[in-house]
Design a protein around this ligand. Structure first.
Ligand SMILES: C[S@@+](CC[C@H](N)C(=O)[O-])C[C@H]1O[C@@H](n2cnc3c(N)ncnc32)[C@H](O)[C@@H]1O
Length: 256
């Protein structure tokens, strides 16, 4: 697909949406980190840290980062919790290669492994992680329930499943400004740095059509999670949702 502008997210079939996402993350990899920090005013770093602070590991200390991309969440979690091991999964091999380089440079190859795979059929054993998270990834996956169910499957009973995502559910005073930013400003800034302007029209479009916090909490419950709660971040431009996988020991259940 060689589009300079992708069709609106709402008009895409699941297969076409996946093809758009493959196309985007097969081409933005080199500038992804820079663009991410720039376009979110570096809030992406603070938002990941907000998720990491609320992670609760048991004795096994195993963390799954779904749609890990260039491994920023995997790296930040491994730096904060020195006893954990991390598995990052992503379908974009070029994003993973950059992630692998960052992991090596950080001297964390012994604790972080990155594998190619689809969030809808994770190449991982049932119940093998205490915490699973997806950061800025669920927006790009049409079958959100399917991806959430896979995270539930891979997470141990009593463990946490976290979703960190940019949304369009801002505080009322911020709504017009944020809408203008997503529609008009963000694609223009992006165009200065990234020749594929369609990529950042897609970004704004996909944020504006992502389920609001209550709707996402309902999807998480439908996927089998309990005690789902959410935290509003930066005036509601992003949300962190946390749910618990049913069952587990008392020690584990402190987690959510
Ligand atoms: C916006 S990036 C987020 C990367 C990273 N989690 C972060 O915090 O910056 C979205 C990532 O989701 C990945 N992705 C999208 N759909 C996927 C799927 N079905 N399975 C695995 N990865 C997927 C893309 O390849 C891309 O690397």
């Amino acid at each position: 697909m060689k589009e300079s502008r992708y069709p609106p997210v709402t008009t895409l079939s699941a297969a076409a949406h996946k093809a758009v996402v493959r196309d985007i993350f097969g081409t933005v990899h080199r500038r992804y980190d820079l663009m991410n920090h720039l376009l979110s005013f570096r809030r992406d770093v603070g938002w990941r840290n907000a998720a990491i602070r609320l992670m609760r590991f048991g004795p096994a200390g195993r963390f799954l980062d779904v749609a890990t991309g260039t491994a920023d969440l995997a790296l930040a979690a491994a730096r904060r919790y020195r006893g954990i091991s991390v598995t990052g999964v992503d379908m974009a091999v070029r994003m993973l290669r950059i992630g692998m380089r960052k992991v090596e440079e950080a001297g964390l190859s012994g604790r972080i492994r990155l594998v190619a795979g689809d969030a809808l059929s994770l190449p991982l054993t049932d119940g093998s992680f205490e915490v699973s998270a997806i950061a800025f990834g669920l927006r790009n996956i049409p079958d959100k329930i399917g991806a959430l169910k896979e995270m539930v499957r891979a997470t141990a009973p009593g463990g946490q499943v976290m979703v960190l995502e940019m949304t369009f559910d801002p505080a009322p005073f911020f709504r017009p400004l944020y809408g203008f930013y997503l529609r008009k400003i963000l694609p223009r800034i992006a165009a200065l740095l990234q020749p594929r302007t369609g990529t950042y029209h897609y970004l704004g479009d996909s944020i504006m059509h992502f389920p609001g916090p209550r709707a996402l909490a309902a999807l998480m419950r439908e996927a089998g999670l309990e005690a789902v709660r959410f935290h509003r971040l930066t005036f509601g431009t992003a949300y962190l949702h946390i749910g618990r996988v049913p069952g587990g020991t008392a020690q584990h259940r402190g987690g959510v």
